[in-house]
Every structure is written in C-alpha cells, then in structure tokens.
Design a protein around this ligand. Structure first.
Ligand code: GDP
Length: 242
C-alpha cells in the first residue's frame, strides 16, 4: 500500500504535506484490558499533560475546528480515542496526564492505561510527545519519555504555545529542553495552534514516519540473508518466518 506521500510541489506553491481528505472517529479505549477498535493500519499516538495544547494542536493538524472535541467530552477525557485519517493511518489521542489540580492518586491513573496501550500495540509506529515550550518538563513528562525510550518508539517532540514567546526565547527554550531531556534538537518541532507555526513541520514528520514504516515493510523482506546451502532467489516473496 502506498505511503502518505505528499504531492510533489510545483511552481513555488506551498504544498501541504498532509492533506486531510477524510477523518472518522473509530471509538475509544477506556480501560487497560478494554475494547479497542481493531486496526491493521499504522498508528501514531499523541501524548502530553493536560492543558499542554494537544486538542488545539490536533485541530490545527487536521484543519478542523472541533476535531479533538470528542476527547474533551465528559467521560472521554480519560480514554484513548482513535481516529482514522485518509483511510491510511490511525491517530490515537492519549488522555492528558498529570493535571495539577487533582490528587496524586488520580494523577497516577494515567500510567496503566497509557503504558498498557504503548506496550501492546504492534501497529503503533511512533509518538508525538507534546511539551509546553514555556515550562520545564514535569516528572510525568520525564516518566513518559523514559517509557517511550525504553519501549524504543520513534518519538517526535513538539513544543507547544511558542507564540507566547519571542523567537529568541523560543530558540533558547528549545535548546534548554533538549539539553534537559538529552534529546536531539532536530527531533523537536516548535508549534503554535494560534499562528499555525510548525503545523507543516509536524505533518511532514508524520508523513516520513509513515513512509519509513511502509518502506520497512515493503523493502526488508527483499533482502534475506543468504545462508549456506540456501540459495537466495531474487525477486521472490519474503518467506517470512513464523
Ligand atoms: P489540552 O488539554 O492539552 O487538549 O489543551 P487545549 O488544546 O485544550 O489547550 C489548553 C489551553 O491552552 C486553552 O486555553 C488553549 O486555548 C490554550 N492553547 C492551546 N494551544 C495554544 C497555542 O498554541 N498558543 C496559545 N497562546 N494558547 C494555546
């Protein structure tokens, strides 16, 4: 199946790396062992603490004013909500964690559901982790990033609300947060849902994530290691091991 490739640009026109042609709500996952929509398409999840600007970012990403509203409705705020985009990939909106005004016990509730989902989703290809550009990462943010590193999931870090900072401040914050988290600055995107800054960078990052996983699937089987007495037959099927 073809990856979500952007149409090639022509004559200086800005090209949207991710044109949204269709968007459907697939349903929620509410508990660790609960139902979740069956899905064989590649999945990308979005994570961040409550109030980081995730709903606003998702709305900006898909260019719909109230797309992420479903995740904000009472009863849905602690669920993972799944959407299918362009019939090509699935977007998983993880519940916001670490809301400061709720008790410690309630704050810790996010972990089993999110961790269970992350560990048990074979089609999950990557995570977009949101951090508020103005603040240092919280303990929850660090836990989340440690978990992602441990599981080995490709992670795109997005710094939100950069419109609240000057260009210089935003650049400084990016450097500092990258240092604090030992991340590559290249892995981070500055984003504002108010100005639209970073929307296309994020869209591009998603497209390449999806394209690289599609390539993995399509290309790797074609290079079987030739072992002695086992003639590799170029151009034949993958012959995947069980
Ligand atoms: P969520 O809880 O992570 O889904 O966060 P929301 O998207 O609901 O945003 C929380 C608050 O931050 C709201 O008051 C938004 O209007 C505001 N907000 C979100 N993104 C931005 C942004 O890029 N710039 C500014 N200035 N405010 C933002």
């Amino acid at each position: 199946m073809s990856p979500a490739a952007p149409s090639s640009g022509s004559a200086g026109k800005p090209v949207d790396p991710l044109v949204i042609r269709s968007l459907d709500f697939l349903g929620p996952m509410a508990t660790v062992d609960g139902w979740r929509p069956t899905n064989e398409l590649p999945e990308i999840a979005f994570a961040g603490r409550s109030n980081v600007g995730k709903s606003s970012l998702l709305n900006a990403l898909v260019r719909r004013k109230a797309f992420a509203r479903v995740s904000k409705t009472p009863g849905r705020t602690r669920e993972i909500n799944f959407f299918i985009v362009n019939k090509q990939f699935v977007l998983a909106d993880l519940p916001g964690y670490g809301y400061a005004r709720i008790s410690k016990a309630r704050q810790a509730e996010w972990r089993p559901l999110i961790e269970g989902y992350l560990r048990r989703s074979p089609v999950l290809k990557g995570i977009v982790q949101l951090l508020d550009a103005r603040h240092d990462p919280t303990d929850d943010d660090k836990q989340m990033l440690d978990l992602l590193a441990e599981i080995g999931l490709p992670t795109v870090v997005v710094l939100t609300k950069v419109d609240k900072l000057s260009k210089g401040q935003a650049a400084e914050r990016l450097k500092l947060i990258a240092k604090q988290l030992e991340l590559d600055e290249e892995q981070m995107i500055q984003f504002s849902s108010v100005t639209g800054e970073g929307r296309n960078d994020l869209a591009e990052a998603l497209v390449s994530l999806l394209a690289s996983t599609a390539l993995d699937a399509a290309e790797h089987p074609s290079v079987p290691m030739a072992s002695e007495g086992d003639e590799a037959l170029p151009g034949t099927g993958p012959g995947r091991d069980e």
